[in-house]
Design a protein around this ligand. Structure first.
Ligand code: NAD
Length: 506
């Protein structure tokens, strides 16, 4: 997104975090952070200059010299304190998040909570960053591995989980001994910044965590910077592919978690009420702005007869501002997102899908300027239609049909994206078949949004992920460390047993 405005004195400004200090940017490019339910300007975010990016990286590079040697227990204790601070500030964090992003307050707490789980996991680093040892690999020789931090690492995050996704990144990077430069989404950086303040309060030393704001230019500066060793990116496939190509070309280790088109298969033997409720929650929760939102339901056989019930249930969902009680579906993050989603609904109608429920022109009393789109359902959706081929990222559920589980699996595997999927069934055989044959990273069995807990790693197939290792879980310890293999022999005395010119260890 482009920067559009210059700072006005009456509106708060979001600060950069460099060398342990929250500082005002010297940039001339600023962007408004807007409440999506009211259009109120909450603050302005700077698009950092190249010099500011350089200063953040230099501060991280300097801090790495001592942080990499800090005892593992000392690192772990900071994250123990941090998880406590996040818990104590849960209500405040959720309120900031709802104001700038739009999701409902309970869902905002969920956003913070799923990140908090990763912080808790980081506090257990003593059991995670362990090498291996083989005793007596040759006469008097042992071999062991060290998992050493890389240096300065960076994270680039999307707008839809401004608490959880930054917390996927910097806690695990820092607890493994690296220092970090974070570039939050320019659309909603305020809750991220509050989380960074709490991280410093928990004891993260100056320079270990730095934050720069901005868009394309700042992301490119991070990709190109010679002192950054690894980048974790979460966002759209288009931008992620660009980041991956540019940063790997610059010699960095990169992981990119990207776009989605998540399908759920509904088998006719599924528990109907449970499955339809799960489906609607996963399609319309967070106004469909989750990378794991179900955006296509493939109704198999007689499950096609459930469409009227699905539509009726959806009409019961309450659309409104996230701060109001009882709201199920909040506004979309921006006017641009609203126009893009309603434009795609127009396209779906024009291309022949049947509009079963129309969420366009949804007005919420008291919030007439909000970016609201109500739950929208299309049936008769097929590959080749724009609403099937593109990630809509709004509260739009596309219904497709299949005669068998084979046909449904084939359809999902033919989609370019492979982020999340689910099956609803009472058949263990069908569920097992699905988990075996489906080519998607996160698989749910009667679980609509199977985001892994932090002991496991988030993953993805095909266009949803680039790079071998995922964020959090065991994989991320490998992502943020370099394995060094040491082969050691200690002599008891100076009795020589001859000279060895072979490669063998004797
Ligand atoms: P986005 O790709 O527009 O933005 C992500 C980040 O890239 C932001 O920090 C942004 O400032 C930066 N950016 C934007 N345009 C850029 C450009 N041209 N060059 C360089 N950097 C640029 O994504 P978004 O709209 O913020 O988030 C929604 C997307 O993220 C969806 O596609 C969603 O599926 C995906 N997502 C994926 C996961 C996952 O784990 N797979 C999780 C959350 C979101």
């Amino acid at each position: 997104m482009d920067a559009t405005t210059t700072p006005a004195t009456q509106v708060a400004t979001v600060k950069l975090l460099i060398g342990g200090q929250f500082v005002e940017s010297k940039t001339s490019e600023w962007r408004d952070i807007v409440n999506p339910a009211t259009q109120e300007v909450l603050a302005r975010v700077p698009f950092a200059t190249q010099a500011e990016v350089d200063a953040a990286v230099a501060s991280a590079k300097d801090a790495f010299k001592t942080w990499r040697k800090t005892a593992i227990g000392a690192r772990a204790r900071i994250f123990l304190k941090y998880q406590q601070l996040i818990r104590e500030h849960m209500g405040e964090l959720a309120a900031i998040l709802t104001a700038e992003q739009g999701k409902t307050l309970p869902d905002a707490e969920g956003d913070v909570f799923r990140g908090l789980e990763v912080v808790e996991h980081a506090a257990g680093i003593g059991n995670l960053q362990l090498g291996e040892l083989a005793n007596n690999v040759a006469n008097g020789v042992d071999t062991y591995t060290l998992l050493q931090p890389l240096g300065v690492c960076a994270g680039i995050t999307p707008f839809n989980f401004p608490a959880m996704i930054p917390l996927w990144m910097f806690p695990m990077a820092i607890v493994t001994g690296n220092t970090f430069v974070l570039k939050p989404s320019e659309q909603d950086p305020m809750v991220t910044m509050r989380l960074c303040e709490l991280a410093l309060e928990a004891g993260i030393p100056p320079g270990v965590l730095n934050v720069v704001h901005g868009g394309e230019a700042v992301v490119n500066a991070i990709c190109d910077h010679q002192d950054i060793k690894a980048i974790s990116f979460v966002g759209s496939t288009k931008v992620g592919t660009h980041v991956y190509n540019r940063a790997t070309l610059a010699g960095k280790r990169v992981q990119c978690m990207m776009g989605a088109k998540n399908h759920a298969i509904v088998m006719p033997d599924a528990h109907k009420e449970q499955s339809l409720n799960a489906l609607l929650g996963a399609s319309f929760g967070a106004a469909g702005q989750r990378c794991m939102a179900v955006s296509v339901a493939v109704l198999v056989g007689d499950a096609r007869k459930w469409i009227p019930d699905l539509v009726e249930k959806s009409k019961g969902l309450k659309v409104g501002a996230g701060i109001e009680k009882g709201v199920d579906v909040g506004p979309l993050v921006s006017c641009a997102a609203h126009d893009r989603v309603t434009g795609l609904i127009d396209r779906g109608v024009a291309e022949g899908a049947k509009l079963e429920l129309d969420g366009r022109k949804h007005s919420v009393p008291g919030y007439e300027k909000g970016n609201f789109v109500g739950p929208t359902i299309f049936s008769g959706v097929k590959p080749g239609m724009t609403i099937y081929d593109q990630e809509i990222f709004g509260p739009v559920l596309c219904l497709a049909g299949a005669d068998s589980i084979d046909e449904a699996i084939e359809m999902i595997n033919a989609n370019p994206n492979g982020n999340g999927t689910a099956i609803f069934t009472q058949s263990g055989a069908a569920a097992r078949r699905f988990q075996e044959d489906i080519d998607v990273g996160q698989v749910g069995i009667n679980v609509p949004i199977p985001v892994p807990v932090p002991m496991f790693s988030f993953t993805g197939s095909r266009a949803s992920k680039l790079g071998d290792l995922g964020p959090y879980g065991k994989q991320v310890v490998l992502f943020y460390t370099q394995t060094k293999t040491v082969t050691a022999r200690w002599f008891d005395d100076d009795t020589a047993h001859g000279l060895n010119t072979t490669i063998s260890l004797k």
